[in-house]
Unconditional design. Structure first.
Length: 240
C-alpha cells in the first residue's frame, strides 16, 4: 500500500493552529517510521484485539522501563503517575513513591508511601509558568523593564533594594524572617512576606525557590492595576 499521501497529511496537519514555535516539531521521517511500524504490527498480529495491540506497542516503546529508570535509577523524581491516550481510552503508569523523604524528629528519612492512581498532586510550581507569562506580557506592553528594581513598583519590599525583575525570574535566592505558612492570618502572612530578603547559597545547589514568584505577584498587580488572577485571565485570552 502507498502511504505517501497519508504520511504527508500527518506531517502537514501537525502545524494546524500551531504558532511558529510549535511548527514542525516532528519530522516527516518520524511519521514515516510510525506508519510502517503500525503496518508491520498489524501484519504480524492479524487476529489481535485492539487492547492486545496497545499492549504490544507499549512493550515495544519501553516507556515503562524509561519511567522506572527516570525515577528509580536516576532518581530524578520520587515517583510518577502518567496517563496516555484519548478521552475514550487511557493507559496509566504508576512508579515510585509519593515523596522522596519526610522530616521526622528533625531528621530526613526515606518516604515509603507508594504512588498510586488516585494520588493527589499539588499544582505548586506549575503556577510559576503563568506568573512568568504575565510578567512578559507587561514587558510587551511597555509597562515594565526586566532591569527595573522590585522596590520601584512595590516599596514595601524594603529589603529587596537592588533586586531586579530579571533576578526574580531567574529565582534569586530569597528568604523571610519567619515562615509564611505559619502565619495565623492573611495580614500576618503578608507582613512576613514583606520581610523577604536575599540569601547566600551555603552549598553548591540551585537557588530555585518560591519567594521570587510570590514577590512578582505583587509587582504584576501594582503595574497592571488589577488583581493577579484577573490580569492572568486576560493574558490567557490574549494568547489563546
Amino acid at each position: 500500500m502507498n502511504y505517501t499521501n497519508y504520511i504527508d497529511n500527518l506531517y502537514n496537519n501537525q502545524n494546524i493552529d500551531a504558532d511558529n514555535s510549535q511548527k514542525n516539531l516532528v519530522s516527516r521521517t518520524y511519521y514515516e517510521n510510525l506508519v510502517f511500524y503500525i503496518d508491520n504490527l498489524l501484519k504480524k498480529n492479524p487476529d489481535a484485539s485492539l487492547n492486545e495491540l496497545r499492549n504490544i506497542i507499549i512493550k515495544d516503546s519501553k516507556v515503562i522501563e524509561k519511567i522506572r529508570d527516570f525515577c528509580l535509577i536516576k532518581k530524578s523524581a520520587p515517583g510518577m503517575v502518567i496517563t496516555i491516550g484519548t478521552k475514550n481510552y487511557q493507559h496509566e503508569f504508576v512508579v515510585g513513591n509519593q515523596e522522596e523523604v519526610i522530616v521526622y524528629n528533625d531528621t530526613l528519612i526515606p518516604h515509603t508511601n507508594l504512588m498510586n492512581y488516585d494520588t493527589i498532586f499539588d499544582l505548586a510550581s506549575t503556577t510559576k509558568l503563568f506568573t512568568g507569562v504575565t510578567v512578559f506580557k507587561l514587558v510587551e506592553m511597555g509597562l515594565i523593564n526586566l532591569s527595573d528594581d522590585v522596590v520601584k513598583y512595590v516599596p514595601q519590599f524594603t529589603n529587596l533594594s537592588g533586586i531586579t525583575i530579571f533576578d526574580l525570574l531567574n529565582f534569586k535566592l530569597l528568604g523571610t524572617d519567619k515562615r509564611v505558612d505559619e502565619a495565623k492570618s492573611r495580614e500576618e502572612a503578608e507582613s512576613i512576606l514583606f520581610t523577604t530578603h536575599p540569601l547566600e547559597l551555603k552549598y553548591k545547589a540551585s537557588s530555585y525557590n518560591d519567594f521570587s514568584s510570590m514577590v512578582l505577584k505583587y509587582v504584576i498587580e501594582k503595574v497592571s492595576g488589577m488583581d493577579y488572577y484577573s490580569f492572568l485571565k486576560g493574558c490567557v485570552k490574549h494568547y489563546d
